[in-house]
Design a protein around this ligand. Structure first.
Ligand SMILES: Cc1cc2nc3c(=O)[nH]c(=O)nc-3n(C[C@H](O)[C@H](O)[C@H](O)COP(=O)(O)O)c2cc1C
Length: 190
């Protein structure tokens, strides 16, 4: 399986790092894109440097390299995840404004009926953000915001991240070891 991972400049760039780590546990070839906005956000939010992220991926592309293999539908790819997805990149994908390789690759996946998962991050969400999410969903994207989980007794931020990563991997039929699904109602609950 081949999956493109795009990390854009919304808060929560560490989520992209965590997804790459989780994908290493599977026979998945990863193709990585990091936007300029994400580079800046990495500096504010993490101690990781760009090289730490790049070494987790099998292939890495410059965002301006519109001639890269993933820019064409003839290159076989199973799908793409943009995590986190900024409101700017969401807007570009929702409207097909493919002026960088991240948006172009998503655009190509959508036209080829391949899975595109967006993890949009902003709060509060304005009307334009909500409209763009609906537009992206109408165009075939799965929208998985980094929502908090409570039903599986999380104890840490890592538990929250693992839940999100598990939900994303499910979109590709993959399991995440640390993911705790809803166990169902206990018999003792009546
Ligand atoms: C520390 C930091 C946090 C940011 N958080 C968000 C955010 O949560 N959501 C968002 O849409 N943009 C956020 N931004 C703004 C984006 O980085 C900016 O709009 C950028 O142009 C997005 O470009 P890109 O999608 O190509 O990465 C943040 C910027 C910085 C520096």
């Amino acid at each position: 399986m081949r999956i493109i991972v795009g990390i854009s400049g919304a808060s929560g760039v560490v989520l992209g790092l965590e997804l790459l780590k989780a994908l290493k546990e599977h026979p998945v070839e990863t193709h990585l894109l990091i936007s300029e906005g994400a580079r800046i956000t990495f500096q504010y939010e993490t101690e990781a440097i760009q090289d730490d992220v790049i070494t987790l991926a099998d292939h890495y592309y410059d965002m301006n390299d519109l001639a890269a293999p993933i820019s064409s539908g003839s290159f076989p790819i199973d799908g793409m995840v943009i995590i986190p997805c900024s409101m700017k990149t969401l807007s570009a994908i929702a409207h097909g404004y493919a002026d960088n390789l991240m948006v172009r690759a998503a655009d190509v996946c959508l036209k080829e009926n391949r899975r595109v998962v967006l993890v949009p991050r902003e709060t509060p969400l304005g009307k334009v953000h909500l409209k763009n999410m609906l537009e992206a969903a109408d165009n075939g994207c799965a929208i998985i915001p980094p929502m908090l989980t409570f039903y599986n007794s999380p104890h840490s931020l890592q538990d929250q991240i693992d839940h999100l990563i598990g939900k994303i991997l499910m979109q590709f039929g993959l399991e995440h070891g640390a993911f705790k699904p809803w166990p169902g109602k206990k018999e003792s609950d009546g």
